[in-house]
Design a protein around this ligand. Structure first.
Ligand SMILES: *[C@@H]1O[C@H](CO)[C@@H](O)[C@H](O)[C@H]1NC(C)=O
Ligand SMILES: *[C@@H]1O[C@H](CO)[C@@H](O)[C@H](O)[C@H]1NC(C)=O
Ligand SMILES: *[C@@H]1O[C@H](CO)[C@@H](O)[C@H](O)[C@H]1NC(C)=O
Length: 354
């Protein structure tokens, strides 16, 4: 009950009235605050069953443990925030809408490389967040990776809590992939990219160690494995975005498969991103796809990259404003006891696209 009461009025309106007609998804969980996803009552399984924007399998998984929904929500949010950070200087900046059931707006209707990134980073977000929740003991069904303790190591011993990424990945696969239709080109693309996101997580495990032994001699080390900060996963996926492969579908023994569209391209590995359609034009406003266009976006005059005025403004040019900022400066400590500052003026230039 708490969930429905607390959620955004606009969102509820969409969910309750239009849930049977539009294709809303679990990404909506990332738009809600963590508190709203907290399930305190013992009837949380019933609450799960009422979440119409989840498919049946997802509602079932939600009922597995009272902390699942919050962890999935945290994962979705982590993915969305990472996407917005990675693409902050791009024409498409991963903007989200909380008045639309599709969260990322109409752009996800195009099977583009942007969509590939969204899928990979959000599937990775769920695997990451569930894995972390397991190692913190927040979910009864999982915990630390015990299997690693039996592994032989040369100069150290495994101990402590190694994060169980296999559980997180498996959960993410069950939860996220149950939204996809296996027998369509689009479903194949999404499944591939979801899996690519999850595989990057496994690659990003780092070993941390602690010394033991008499007076800092460190003749005994205890080590455990932990996932790298999510930023690293976002960075790696951004590189995969840059080198994503365009695919086409072929039917082989009545099964749909993806193949590189251009024969000279190398076959993508399972950690690479794939897409099926060229991106729409993100330069100009397009209401059909909910694309805001780059007019009014702030750009960097000295950059030759995507965030530079030349590329971001799509050749339309830009305006420069000179802003006068007044801020505290030359602060010093006065005995006794306060800090005295001067007021300094500083001018900055701000460039925005025409
Ligand atoms: C959502 O809100 C934005 C402005 O915030 C508006 O441009 C857009 O049309 C709205 N979309 C829907 C589906 O209501
Ligand atoms: C809202 O989402 C629907 C698909 O669910 C899409 O067709 C529509 O274009 C979106 N609207 C905006 C403003 O992005
Ligand atoms: C993305 O760009 C739009 C303008 O096109 C801006 O309103 C929005 O704040 C930006 N979003 C992010 C996450 O930077």
């Amino acid at each position: 009950m708490k969930l429905t009461r607390a959620c955004l009025a606009a969102l509820c309106h969409l969910l309750l009235l239009e849930c049977s007609t539009v294709n809303a998804t679990w990404w909506l969980l990332g738009m809600q605050s963590s508190i709203d996803l907290q399930m305190t009552s013992n009837t949380y399984q019933n609450t799960c069953q009422k979440l119409h924007y989840l498919v049946a399998r997802q509602r079932e998984l939600c009922g597995l443990d009272r902390n699942i929904l919050q962890s999935v929500g945290r994962g979705a949010k982590t993915g969305i925030e990472e996407c917005q950070w990675q693409f902050r200087g791009y024409r498409w900046n991963c903007s989200t809408f909380n008045n639309n059931t599709s969260v990322f707006g109409g752009v996800v209707a195009v099977k583009s490389r942007e969509r590939a990134y969204i899928h990979a980073v959000s599937a990775a977000g769920v695997a990451y967040s569930i894995t972390r929740a397991c190692s913190r003991g927040e979910i009864a069904e999982c915990g630390c990776d015990q299997r690693i303790l039996t592994r032989r190591a040369k100069r150290w011993e495994w101990g402590g809590c190694s994060e169980d990424v296999d559980f997180g990945r498996m959960f993410s696969k069950e939860f996220v992939d149950s939204n996809e239709e296996r027998n369509s080109a689009e479903g194949q693309m999404n499944l591939h990219n979801n899996e690519a996101g999850r595989r990057i997580i496994k690659k990003s495990l780092v070993r941390l160690c602690k010394c033991h032994g008499v007076s800092g001699s460190c003749n005994m080390q205890v080590c455990w494995r932990k996932m790298a900060p999510f930023r690293e996963i976002g960075d790696k996926l951004r590189k995969k975005f840059d080198s994503a492969t365009m695919m086409r579908t072929v039917r082989r023994r009545r099964r749909l498969r993806l193949k590189p569209k251009y024969p000279r391209q190398k076959r993508p590995t399972r950690r690479d991103l794939v897409y099926l359609e060229d991106s729409p034009n993100y330069c100009d406003r397009n209401d059909k796809f909910g694309i805001a266009g780059t007019r009014g976006r702030e750009c960097n005059r000295t950059s030759w990259g995507m965030d530079g005025c030349k590329l971001l403004c799509c050749g339309r040019g830009f305006r420069t404003e000179v802003l006068e900022l007044s801020e505290k400066c030359n602060c010093r400590f006065v005995y006794c006891c306060h800090v005295q500052c001067e007021q300094c003026n500083r001018t900055v230039e701000r460039h925005t696209c025409n």
